[in-house]
Design a protein around this ligand. Sequence first.
Ligand SMILES: *Cc1c(COP(=O)(O)O)cnc(C)c1O
Length: 415
Amino acid sequence: MSQDKLAIDGGPKTKTKPFGTGKRFGLDEAKELLEALEQNTLFYHFGQKVKTFLGNFNELYGVNYSVATTSGTASIHVALGAAGVTVGDEVITSPITDQGTLIGILYQNAIPVFADLDPHTYNMDPQSIEARITPRTKAILVVHLAGNPADMDAIMAVARRHNVKVIEDCAQSYLTKYKGRLAGTIGDYGCFSTNDFKHISTGDGGIVTVNSGDEQDYLTTHAFADKNFKRFGDTVQKELHYVAPNYRMTELQGAVGIAQLKKLPWICAQRRKFGDRISEGIAGLPGIASHKVEEGNEGTYWFYMLRVDESQLTCTRNEFSKALAAEGIPNGAGYIPAVMYMQPLFQKRQAYLGSHFPFDLTGITYEEGLCPNAEAILQTAIRLTVNEFHTDQDVEETIRAIRKVANHFAKVPAV
Ligand SMILES: *Cc1c(COP(=O)(O)O)cnc(C)c1O
């Protein structure tokens, strides 16, 4: 059928109309920004915008305490610092993530240890985490990748058995639910990013939730993001007890954050609908495995990542990716270039230029094959953009294009 001739071979393109787009920022942000300027201060402690932003975030998330920061990377560093992660400690985390997950670990002179992933949720496998625990393990840094919650019950059970802290990296996972509970409220700390590529943007910025509900933990976390100053009410406690960076959010970011937060439920609902619909639309296709969200969980898809099984197809992953792009569906072959431990930083064991510290404290090395599932995921994944401004037609055409390409290359056609 000519209808089935791939666009890459000169057939008709599946997607004809451009993807839906929209404006992320508008008059609401402008009004908040103007109010921030009219305060005559942009300092979080003197103004109201960061305080209101956090108050609204706490309400949305049902938490008592959170701290605003300059980035997701900063939020994770703050959580690690507040959790007492220090020189020579090991922190177990995911090899498929943004480097922002790892930077704070190394700034605390602690050592990243990588656990393998579930082949279809792309999240850390609790059994692999437990196998990596040593007497040096201080924390588990769980990455909820792409808006999909990790298996928190099992991870919390491992953490309790070994008495280690749990920090959740929710930079890609706003309003993501694990068995009805919000990701970021289950471990000891939840870390969010408001950089310009995340569900909501303040240009750059971040939030850390303090989930123990303990005021002292909150004060420590707060101080860690503000040069160890403790500013509450009219009193400022300036005694320095340990090294803490300046990761303060400004009133300008807080102002934009207030307006962005109001849009967050809609953004997440749209993304959830589109991601789940793609999974439904490509279910059962030969050689295609969908982005798995476990039963009872709610994903908010920062992106959608399917996997191709080359043994069931007559094409390679890269050929599949190119054919899909030719159908008018932009996509990426894989996600990050390689698992994090294959980066030169880990291969050369060089956190600091000209030094092997802190890696030489334990003699740890990072070899290919350490996390076979994670490596296989990156070799066989196709990543699709999910965006709240896409239309139902965009999603249906995306599904049609994937079905067309998969059926074309299937060794055994779908029934
Ligand atoms: C974006 C991101 C970070 C870092 O956030 P920044 O605001 O860019 O510092 C950390 N972890 C993950 C999983 C991310 O996607």
